[in-house]
Design a protein around this ligand. Structure first.
Ligand code: HPA
Ligand code: ZN
Length: 340
């Protein structure tokens, strides 16, 4: 039975709404780019690097994540990274992606924004043309840095506004609440951009409240700790706020202790609009279908719940209703055929 549900979701068109491009940097590519760019790595082999992928919390992961991206120097590196990701998720039936990149982490290393954006966009446009994968690109601010740094990055991004679809907030959550960035995100919204904020991954439910009511976010990334606050659950459900949940990430970063304990079904039963995403697939053990497979294995998910998850990914995306429609029709037809 479970394998039939896996086959069903595999056949569906899927969208990924929570993906850090730098988190799709596979160990083999770290080594290939290190060699190409003459970067000396503190690891002797792919296996040794992979052995470092044991995390007790978000910060332990972030330390390895920022170290890993030190091999990204040239436009071609950002292109190769993004193109490898698109080719990989094409195999998983992903037809639309809304991906983050972390420009401050590269600017700090002296990599110009133009280098980053042109490499990423070249791959995204090729993915649209050759793989039929539509996309949105989200510039994410690092919350462990200051709001001034975010404002400076926004100023640098001005020349590239036509190439950017929205702004995000990621990195070390605890001690860096959304309110720290209230002014810069107000400016992003004034400029007409969508925003999506990591909140309630490790940080408290109050950070999710701030993201909603103070920053007027268009989406919540993770949001797991919302479940600690019944009033917040009700508000998120009433507003049909999209939550981008990342099951394998949650397991690897110990947001949940076992996949069997993942609160996904509780979230669905509470009326929350949740979606399935891979976050940093090179570090957390898998891409889109690996996340679905792990959930289907561990939880008593019904086909109705999977249908809801598949639809939420599109209705929670920044595609127009007209762009969503054919994908939703295809999903509905696949589930109707399954249930018949
Ligand atoms: O899961 C994450 N949380 C916060 N920051 C991040 N940066 C990359 N991945 C993550
Ligand atoms: Zn994330």
């Amino acid at each position: 039975m479970k394998h039939k549900l896996v086959d069903l979701i595999a056949a569906c068109p899927k969208t990924e709404l929570h993906l850090h491009l730098e988190g799709s940097l596979e160990p083999a590519m770290v080594f290939a780019l290190a060699e190409r760019n003459g970067v000396i790595l503190p690891y002797a082999s792919v296996a040794e690097l992979q052995a470092a992928y044991q995390f007790n919390n978000l910060q332990e992961f972030l330390d390895v994540y920022y170290a890993g991206m030190s091999v990204l120097l040239h436009e071609a590196d950002f292109y190769d990274l993004t193109w490898a990701y698109l080719q990989r998720v094409h195999q998983d039936g992903v037809v639309h992606v809304e991906v983050f990149f972390d420009p401050q982490a590269h600017l700090e290393r002296g990599i110009p924004l133009a280098t980053q954006i042109h490499g990423i966009r070249r791959a995204l446009e090729q993915g649209q043309a050759e793989l039929g994968i539509s996309f949105r690109l989200i510039l994410s601010f690092l919350r462990h840095l200051s709001e001034e740094s975010a404002f400076a990055t926004l100023a640098q991004a001005e020349d590239f506004f036509p190439l950017i679809d929205g702004f995000g907030l990621d990195s070390s959550e605890k001690g860096h609440p959304p309110e720290k960035f209230a002014r810069v995100f107000a400016r992003c919204k004034e400029l007409g951009f969508k925003i999506t904020l990591h909140a309630g991954e490790e940080g408290p439910a109050d950070y999710v409240w701030q993201a909603l009511n103070l920053l007027h976010t268009d989406r919540i990334d993770h949001g797991n700790r919302s479940l600690e606050d019944p009033q917040l659950i009700q508000t998120l459900a009433e507003r049909q706020m999209t939550l981008t949940v990342c099951p394998l990430s949650n397991l690897k970063l110990r947001v949940v202790q076992q996949m069997e304990q993942h609160p996904l079904i509780q979230m669905l039963d509470s009326g929350l609009k949740v979606t399935i995403n891979s976050d940093d697939p090179a570090y957390f053990g898998g891409y889109m279908m690996d996340n679905y497979r792990a959930l289907i294995e561990a939880l008593p998910l019904t086909s109705e719940q999977l249908h809801q998850l598949a639809r939420n990914a599109f209705t929670g995306s920044w595609l127009s209703p007209e762009e969503q429609q054919p994908h939703l029709e295809q999903i509905d037809a696949l589930f109707a055929a399954f249930q018949a």
